[in-house]
Design a protein around this ligand. Structure first.
Ligand SMILES: [Fe+2]
Length: 266
């Protein structure tokens, strides 16, 4: 059983790289379940639309996770209610549309739980993420409620993400960070069997500032005139990881980084 996780898809170039390459990659790597974080997938680099979600599902994505930009395209508020394969962070306020957790069927018939969380440090305000995770762990159990569990922790602070990795160690198949758009070099299996990476990186053009046009981004920091922010348009790198799962206990057997195309694979 192999689960493929891809970091934040940024803009058109990120989307194209996913839709063009995902099928051949999943065939070559014998992938059974695919998760991507899609919260930057819209043309503007923030939010996601129904059409883009459907394009990602059509090319082989099983579940799309999000984060702080989930509501940046207004239509998401409506279609997330009917599209259970699109998740928003679980620890948004209770009356938020959509869901932060779901259980899905993999191509080879296993139940895969996907939990989307968002951090509390240096990021948009939301409910306490460790309280939400505690409630979740009391309610759901690996092997009882699902065969595998993937946690996407959308956060800025490395420490917070690492702490969450340990919090779920032995209770999840994979805990992976998203949001910073830079893949961290700490992919490993934690002591109790959970695969972990602080950030999966992005599916976007790395000749940029976190996926956005580098000239505009720099001008913003230099307090010079910068036109409306937009994503970089060069060839995207696909950045993520592949977990080989142990079907007997739902934990990680092997994990490897996945970097394909664009600037990072040079
Ligand atoms: Fe984000």
């Amino acid at each position: 059983m192999k689960i493929f996780f891809l970091g934040d898809v940024v803009g058109r170039s990120g989307r194209l790289a996913v839709t063009k390459n995902l099928k051949s990659i999943t065939e070559k790597e014998k992938i059974d379940f695919v998760i991507v974080n899609g919260e930057n997938a819209a043309d503007q680099g923030v939010g996601i639309t129904e059409e883009i979600s459907n394009d990602l599902f059509k090319c082989g994505v099983d579940v799309i996770t999000t984060g702080n930009h989930v509501w940046d395209q207004k239509e998401t508020i409506n279609f997330i209610e009917k599209e259970t394969r699109l998740l928003r962070p679980e620890n948004l306020s209770n009356n938020s549309p959509g869901k932060g957790f779901g259980i899905y069927k993999s191509k080879n018939g296993y139940r895969v739980g996907v939990l989307n969380l968002m951090g509390n440090v240096f990021i948009k305000k939301c409910e306490n993420v460790f309280e939400a995770a505690t409630i979740f762990k009391q309610k759901y159990k690996l092997k009882d409620d699902y065969d595998f569990l993937v946690v996407d922790f959308h956060g800025e602070a490395t420490s917070e993400k690492m702490a969450m990795g340990h919090f779920f160690d032995g209770k999840a198949t994979l805990v992976v960070g998203t949001h910073t758009h830079v893949p961290t070099n700490d992919i490993r299996i934690l002591i109790n069997g959970t695969a972990y990476q602080t950030d999966a990186g992005m599916c976007g053009d790395y000749d940029s500032v976190v996926g956005m046009n580098k000239v505009n981004s720099l001008n913003k920091f230099l307090k010079k005139d910068s036109t409306k922010h937009f994503p970089a348009e060069g060839n995207a790198t696909l950045s993520g990881l592949i977990v080989e799962c142990d079907t007997s206990n739902g934990l990680a057997h092997k994990v490897k980084k996945f970097i394909y195309g664009g600037e990072l694979s040079k």
